[in-house]
Design a protein around this ligand. Structure first.
Ligand SMILES: Cc1cc2nc3c(=O)[nH]c(=O)nc-3n(C[C@H](O)[C@H](O)[C@H](O)COP(=O)(O)OP(=O)(O)OC[C@H]3O[C@@H](n4cnc5c(N)ncnc54)[C@H](O)[C@@H]3O)c2cc1C
Length: 472
């Protein structure tokens, strides 16, 4: 152990508890830093930046209670981190690695620059249950392209130990950081931006509340109107205000509901491991033939989808929930994404970019992985010819229409499941509900049956040009 401080470079691990990069392997005192890096932030909307600012403030409070503080700097980490290490005489900089192509390139460049200054780097994987590369198919040494065998191996893989011991955060008078609120250009206290308190203590409360509901997960997780049907922990996992291992340990697998929930965390690791191995999955189809689908250029359709004005109530409800809260229920993410890709035949990458901007929990691995799954272009995806019918999906998963009426108030006068297809109502029923189609609420912007045929033809044409079924 040395007395010159190590540096913990915080990124998507904004907690003190169960944080391997904060503790490090030799228990040295540690200076904590977060770098506001404009490049990845460019794709984050104001809500995600506001939540980030909240979490940074709470992390600073936590570190101060332990005798440290969070120094927030701005700039290119490749310059900022080695400069800070030189300024305070650090021997080691520690961080939790990340999987995107950008993160991998950046981290290699930082490590190389540190090495050039005689500073070591220590890399952990505190944002995932298992590190990429540790859950692989024995036959290929690569990540499984099918989820079930991955999940089996994931469950039986032993956890690599994380450093243990009390964190020793320090404050160094000569090092001055900036104000995260100003650097991020947001007001973290604006309740319209974010509806949840920041920081790991609040996140732990959310986890404890969820544990009271988790046993109902298998029956309730697909019902978007049920606010307690899923955990809403995704943004805590995304920002690292919760450690994924801690979540698994607190929930356990003792009941069907608990096991089903923990399985979702295996999906999360899976998409991260796949992207770590193949960073181009963020923008290229895993099934190469699927990059030959001829997408439609439809700016009006894309805009109607973004603002929730497609005329398909379940789609519009989901897109408005996203716009208003920064979160959308998983079932509805699948329905809305499928609508963009399969009904409008718009490139999944445009939808992925919109979600990445708007979602509080957006991260490239999860977002691109799931978009590819829905588009039928990615790993273990549903075959492309299985196309969601937005009306049937609405009737099945929102059987009383409660979710639609909550987010599409202009349809609030239409009761029950009829709300999923207002154009099927007679003029008297529509008048009684106070709805004039084309005025209060749009006619469907596309005919689902015709759109389905158009999409099947486009995908079939792409598939015919190559082996659409086989992954790489
Ligand atoms: C088109 C599309 C885009 C998506 N983009 C993202 C994204 O950017 N970030 C993100 O975290 N999730 C994404 N998801 C996955 C999923 O919708 C969210 O993780 C989930 O809705 C978050 O709500 P929850 O925490 O209540 O989930 P729960 O049902 O309580 O699940 C618990 C946790 O398991 C993980 N999980 C659940 N479902 C999935 C899944 N399908 N894939 C990977 N991990 C999962 C999440 O970490 C989640 O918090 C996307 C899904 C779709 C269909």
């Amino acid at each position: 152990m040395s007395d010159s401080p190590d540096i913990c470079w915080f990124r998507r691990d904004l907690r003190v508890a169960d944080q391997p990069a904060l503790i490090g392997s030799d228990g040295s005192p540690t200076l904590s830093v977060f770098v506001v890096d404009r490049r990845p932030l460019a794709s984050a909307g104001p809500r995600r930046r506001a939540l980030l600012a909240r979490h940074l403030r709470a992390l600073d409070d936590e570190l101060r209670s332990l005798g440290g503080e969070l120094v927030v700097l701005e700039g290119d980490p490749v310059e900022v981190i080695p400069q800070l290490a030189r300024d305070v005489g650090s021997r080691t900089v520690r961080w939790n690695a990340d999987v995107s192509g950008y993160a991998q390139r950046r981290d290699s460049a930082v490590a190389a620059a540190l090495e050039g200054s005689g500073v070591g780097s220590e890399v952990h994987w505190g944002t995932l249950v298992h590190a990429p590369g540790t859950v692989v198919a024995r036959s290929t040494g690569r990540v499984q392209r099918v989820f079930t065998p991955f999940s089996r191996a994931w469950s039986s893989t032993e956890r690599a130990p994380w450093p243990d011991g009390p964190p020793r955060p320090v404050r160094i008078g000569s090092v001055r950081g900036g104000d995260p609120t100003r650097l991020l250009g947001v007001d973290p206290d604006d309740p319209k931006m974010v509806g949840i308190p920041g920081g790991e203590i609040a996140a732990e409360d959310r986890l404890r509340t969820w544990v009271q509901h988790v046993d109902g997960y298998p029956d309730r997780r697909d019902i978007p109107a049920d606010d307690e049907g899923t955990s809403h922990l995704s943004s805590d996992l995304r920002f690292g205000t919760l450690s994924p291992r801690h979540v698994v340990d607190v929930v356990g697998t003792g009941t069907e509901g608990r096991a089903a929930f923990v399985r979702q965390l295996a999906w999360r690791d899976w998409y991260a491991h796949l992207l770590a191995e193949q960073p181009e999955l963020a923008h290229s189809a895993m099934k190469p033939a699927m990059d030959r689908v001829v997408w439609r250029d439809d700016p009006e359709g894309l805009e109607a989808w973004c603002v929730g004005q497609t005329g398909y109530p379940i789609v519009d409800a989901g897109m408005r929930q996203l716009a208003r809260t920064g979160w959308m229920h998983n079932r509805v993410r699948m329905i809305t994404a499928s609508f963009l890709v399969k009904d409008l035949l718009v490139d999944w990458r445009l939808g992925e970019a919109h979600f990445r901007r708007e979602l509080l929990d957006a991260e490239v691995s999860q977002n691109a992985g799931n978009w590819q799954w829905v588009a039928g272009t990615g790993p273990d995806a549903a075959p492309y010819f299985r196309i969601f019918n937005p009306i049937a999906q609405g009737r099945r998963f929102d059987p009383d229409g409660e979710y639609v009426r909550r987010w599409v108030p202009e349809l609030a006068g239409i009761d029950g499941r009829r709300v999923h297809a207002p154009w099927e109502l007679g003029p008297l029923d529509l008048a009684a509900a106070g709805v004039t189609l084309g005025e209060d609420y749009p006619w469907p912007i596309v005919d689902h049956a015709a759109a389905r045929e158009r999409t099947l033809a486009a995908y079939a044409a792409a598939a015919a040009t190559g082996d659409a079924a086989g992954g790489r």
